[in-house]
Design a protein around this ligand. Structure first.
Ligand code: PMP
Length: 372
């Protein structure tokens, strides 16, 4: 099998599974309990908190453990919501875990702006300038698009915020960037940053929200007051420790340079073929491509039969018709229908990429002949 859907999820590091087991069977204590064994566990999960802060280059601020990015995004947006005539700014390319919260706010009567996307998948920075104002409470924009791999310029976004709405909070959904692309939340004045462990070889069902100043957050889950009251519920200790292991064992710069070669190699293979249309984006981890005349889902299924697994967009949106993000980039329906997403990991070899590239081309040409 050649697994090319790493933006949907990644394989856990095997040693991370061992760490999980250690904290499930040996150091299984509830981190909120009072005896020394439990206090040790509490200190251990705090080490993962620090690793997250170090990776984000955050001098101060808090890390709140959650069940993953969907919850982190909900917490950042709904937890920082205040009553009054506030306005909210999102991009129209956000993942459903942000976009559907935006729709909820709209239904609650808040004024919500959706910043347009340009044809390269980034947000339209001019449009952002136009929609922000002194009533803006929060700007929530993703770091890297899970659909296209476009990287939004966080420095530009921060500059716009500082100039036009300095009081507004800035939330970044960093799911496709954390442990893949360097980020400095201090330099960029980012208030909230979302991450999810299963996107970087950690377990599913665990993630975190970094908050520069937690005092602008209110809890959205009520309970025993864990995570300093910002997220009640016993922490997923094993998951948190395995996430920490993954952070320790990822070399962002080395992986970036290597994965860049993989993406380039795949682009070179595919580009030679008529009908193939690549959306050129910055993240080396995601390649978005359409195959004129062939249905993307059909291509995905035929490739699956050959042991090559690709995505057809965000796994969370495959059940829905169309693709909101690509539509918002102005891509026509024919291209959207014939679109697949190839996403990489440093665990892939160049030979596997070449092999998969050949398979994709052969399958495309075979399917094209069939529809003629
Ligand atoms: N945001 C982005 C950009 C994503 O790619 C995903 C996962 N597809 C999520 C949020 C949701 O992550 P989780 O599955 O951890 O809730």
């Amino acid at each position: 099998m050649i697994y090319l859907d790493n933006a949907a999820t990644t394989k856990m590091f095997e040693k991370g599974v061992d760490i999980y087991k250690k904290y499930a069977c040996q150091f299984f204590f509830n981190p909120s309990a009072g005896y020394s064994q439990a206090i040790d566990v509490r200190h251990d999960i705090d080490k993962t908190r620090q690793k997250i802060k170090d990776t984000l280059n955050a001098e101060k601020g808090n890390v709140i453990f959650t069940s993953g990015a969907t919850e982190s995004n909900n917490l950042a947006i709904l937890g920082s919501k205040r009553n009054g005539k506030w306005e909210y700014v999102f991009s129209s390319g956000e993942h459903p875990s942000v976009y559907n919260v935006a729709r909820y706010l709209e239904n609650q009567g808040f004024i919500v702006h959706y910043v347009k996307l340009t044809e390269n998948g980034q947000i339209d920075y001019e449009d952002l300038k136009n929609v922000v104002n002194e009533k803006t409470r929060l700007i929530s924009i993703m770091h890297v698009s899970n659909e296209t791999g476009a990287i939004n310029d966080l420095s530009l976004i921060n500059n716009i915020r500082q100039k036009y709405c300095p009081k507004a909070l800035l939330h970044i959904d960093g799911v496709q960037a954390f442990c893949k692309i360097p980020v400095n939340v201090d330099e960029l004045n980012i208030d909230f940053y979302t991450l999810s462990a299963h996107k970087f070889h950690g377990p599913k069902g665990v993630g975190a929200l970094y908050a520069r100043d937690v005092s602008c957050l209110k809890n959205i889950v009520y309970g025993g007051g864990q995570e300093e009251g910002y997220r009640s519920g016993t922490e997923n200790v094993g998951g948190i420790m395995a996430m920490g292991y993954a952070i320790d064992n990822i070399d962002i710069t080395k992986n970036y340079q290597y994965v860049e070669k993989l993406k380039k190699c795949m682009e070179n293979e595919l580009e030679t073929v008529k009908g193939v249309n690549i959306i050129k984006t910055e993240s080396p981890y995601i390649l978005s491509v359409s195959f004129s005349g062939v249905n993307g889902e059909t291509l995905m299924r035929s490739l699956q039969d050959k042991g090559v697994l690709v995505g057809i967009g965000s796994a969370c949106s495959t059940k829905k018709a169309g693709n909101r993000v690509l539509e918002n980039m102005g891509i026509n329906q024919d291209k959207i229908k014939s679109h697949i997403r190839i996403s990489f990991s440093e665990e892939l070899s160049l030979d596997e990429i070449k092999n998969a590239g050949k398979n994709i081309i052969e399958t495309y040409q075979y399917l094209l002949e069939k529809v003629k």
